[in-house]
Design a protein around this ligand. Structure first.
Ligand code: COA
Ligand code: AMP
Length: 630
């Protein structure tokens, strides 16, 4: 079947399409129907089925003869460790960790926060939670204690799984003090913490609350999978919104299983048994879907890489991992390739490796600039596929479904909608725009299986953030257009979210932290274009009357504050003090104009600006930190 036929089959009968796809999953009880609309607009899928994700990702492969196949390849240049865990070994580990959770008093439906580095135990922890019915919430290691505390308060976990440290190329990240501080800050206190001691650093345990991972797991009884309803939340993953309060995206079990399984063959074009590598982190949605769940659900071998694209030790690291482990498919963010290209522009290091195993490169997480695409295509000599999705959807909205059909490549586009996504480009009034015209990218409801049915503890926020603006449609928050062949072009965000090295950040959240500095009267943060990271946050700070003499110290203090409160992942390193912020006469900050000035783009002084002179001051101030004047 061609892509058009598959998409057409879905569109003409979505329910049958997804019920057919259920066949790829082992259910304890098959769902009687696909879509449940009773709680509209909170649509859900496969509610009356019974299923367990861990069973489908681990047990069933052991039962069907894949026991000796590596499930996880752990490749850690930062520790020098390379190891493999077969499906049979994974089953033992997961059953025991699930047993340990039960012993610690965790019950079906309880939340478990996972704050761990890129070690196999992080994947084991995710699967173990699901095995015994708990809902995990993984928090990325680059977030500081306060961010972790906010998530703890929202998810209210009974137990937290963590490790003594993470390893960044330039430093050891001691997780335990960060975790202790987060628990101190949070009002909701976990009953227990299970801590994996790494040999690089030993964490101090608090007697009665903290338990040693290895000892507790060794003493635990292995347990079997618990069948769960199709709409049981598999996990909550927090993502940035317009404020500092992150949004808890819920992932429903059944739809997630069905959709991810479908993508592996039809979208990524891989067969069970092949080695699939998503070079991301388990703390992000890419890590959830394509390091942990999808490859295992589909019987692939997944690579867990604890390193960077450059500097661990060099820009040939990705090629080494691919050739040593016979990786057929790599999925990463364009930033990683920009970093490699910057360090090794002629791809000299690539010549040291046999890349004959390598079939396809997939890029997502941020806009893939055509330069990077061309560079990757020219050097790797395989198809380079941009695709677009979000934490909220959990799997690709648009892309080139190479397992069905390799569509012609159009650089700058992230290809065509996948089955399940009826994309409409709307104007501000909600009218459908003609092909080629820029507007808000929306998806006609219901969203397909695996997409978030709502936000954790925040039904109203779900409606206000995503559904209110265009009734009957999910507002993706991205702007773009669709061409005459149905190819989608993602151009910008329509909200205050910026994308730094493929990481989604809220400028509103950064502003809240800067505004808490006692000398700051008001501030604005924008995303300025950056050659490596796509965007970087740039702050504009106005001081309180009387604070002028502290001008020199306020900026470094704000930078430190962001690192302490949000974490190093914010990569907030640049800000300037200005007398006033450019605003419209009604008081709206002209962020778009500030972005243009920072990016050295031509701009028209907005007619509504209250004082155009401020734009000159901004241009001058940015010039002092190396931004060229237009
Ligand atoms: N735990 C603790 N700190 C972390 C961390 C983690 N898991 N991950 C990153 N950090 C820290 C880094 O050490 C860095 O701190 P620093 O300011 O002290 O140097 C900061 O957060 C920013 O990290 P990062 O965005 O990784 O930038 P970098 O300059 O260290 O590396 C790249 C640049 C391009 C190599 C890196 O961004 C990269 O590999 N990007 C690939 C994109 C990607 O994986 N995106 C995920 C979504 S698909
Ligand atoms: P996240 O939820 O962190 O995965 O971030 C999702 C956001 O990243 C999207 O809403 C887009 O703004 C951006 N994004 C993801 N993939 C792409 C892509 N292929 N092209 C352009 N932007 C992308």
């Amino acid at each position: 079947m061609s892509y058009r036929e598959v998409y057409g089959a879905w569109k003409s009968d979505p329910e049958s399409f997804w019920l057919d796809m259920c066949e790829g999953i082992e259910w304890e009880k098959k769902p009687s129907k696909a879509l449940f609309t009773k709680k509209k607009p909170f649509y859900s899928w496969f509610d009356d089925g019974l299923v367990n994700t861990c069973w489908n990702a681990v047990d069933r492969h052991v039962n069907s003869g894949r026991g000796d196949q590596p499930a996880i390849i752990y490749d850690s240049p930062v520790t020098g460790v390379k190891s493999k865990i077969t499906y049979s070994e994974l089953l033992i580990q997961v059953s025991k960790v699930a047993g340990a959770l039960v012993k610690l008093g965790v019950e079906t439906g309880d939340r478990v926060v996972i704050y761990m580095p890129m070690i196999p135990e992080a994947v084991v922890a995710m699967l173990a939670c699901n095995r015994m019915g708990a809902i995990h919430s993984v928090v990325f290691g680059g977030f500081a204690s306060r961010e972790l505390a906010v998530r703890i308060d929202d998810a209210q976990p009974k137990c937290i799984l963590s490790a003594s440290c993470g390893i960044e190329p330039n430093r050891l990240v001691t997780y335990k003090p960060l975790l202790d501080e987060a628990i101190n800050l949070a009002s909701s206190k976990p009953q227990s913490c299970l801590i994996f001691q790494r040999k690089e650093c030993s964490a101090e345990l608090i007697v009665g609350r903290d338990f040693d991972w290895k000892e507790t797991v060794a003493a635990a009884e292995p347990i079997d999978c618990i069948p769960l309803p199709g709409n049981h939340p598999l996990y909550i993953l927090y993502t940035s919104g317009t404020t500092g309060q992150p949004k808890g995206v819920i992932r429903p079990s059944g739809g997630h299983l069905v959709a991810l399984n479908w993508t592996m063959k039809n979208f990524y074009g891989v067969e069970p048994g092949e080695v699939f590598w998503a070079a991301s982190d388990v703390g992000w949605v890419v890590g959830h879907s394509y390091i942990c769940y999808a490859p295992l659900i589909h019987g692939n071998t997944t690579v867990l890489y604890e390193g960077k694209p450059v500097g661990t030790p060099d820009a040939g690291a990705f090629w080494r991992v691919i050739s040593e482990n016979k990786v057929s498919t790599l999925f990463t963010a364009p930033t990683a390739f920009r970093a490699i290209k910057r360090d090794d522009p002629d791809a000299i290091l690539l010549k040291n490796y046999d890349m004959s195993c390598f079939k396809t490169l997939f890029l997502a997480g941020e806009r893939a600039d055509p330069d990077t695409l061309y560079w990757a295509e020219r050097n790797l000599k395989v198809p380079v596929i941009d695709h677009w999705w979000q934490t909220e959807t959990g799997w690709p909205i648009t892309g080139n479904p190479i397992g069905i059909e390799m569509l012609p490549i159009k650089h700058g586009s992230s290809f065509v909608p996948m089955p399940g996504y009826d994309i409409q480009i709307l104007d501000t009034e909600g009218n459908e725009l003609p092909r080629g015209q820029l507007g808000s990218i929306t998806v006609k409801l219901p969203l397909p299986p695996g997409n978030f049915p709502t936000l954790w503890n925040a039904d109203q926020r779900y409606i206000e953030s995503y559904l209110d603006e265009f009734p009957g449609y999910y507002n993706t928050g991205d702007a773009g257009y669709m061409d005459e062949n149905g190819y989608v072009y993602i151009m910008a965000r329509t909200d205050d979210v910026i994308n730094v090295a493929g990481h989604r950040l809220s400028t509103g959240g950064l502003e809240e932290v800067i505004a808490s500095h006692p000398d700051v009267a008001e501030c604005a943060v924008i995303g300025a274009a950056d050659k490596l990271k796509g965007q970087i946050p740039m702050g504009f700070v106005c001081l309180n009357a009387g604070s002028e003499e502290k001008k020199e110290q306020v900026i470094p203090e704000c930078i430190k504050l962001i690192r302490e409160k949000i974490g190093p992942v914010a990569a907030f390193k640049q800000a300037v003090v200005v007398d006033r912020l450019p605003k419209t006469r009604s008081g709206k900050i002209l962020r778009g104009t500030m972005v243009k000035i920072a990016n050295g783009e031509e701009f028209n002084t907005p007619a509504t600006i209250d004082d155009p002179v401020i734009l000159d001051e901004i241009t001058e101030k940015l010039a002092t930190i190396g931004y060229p004047k237009v």
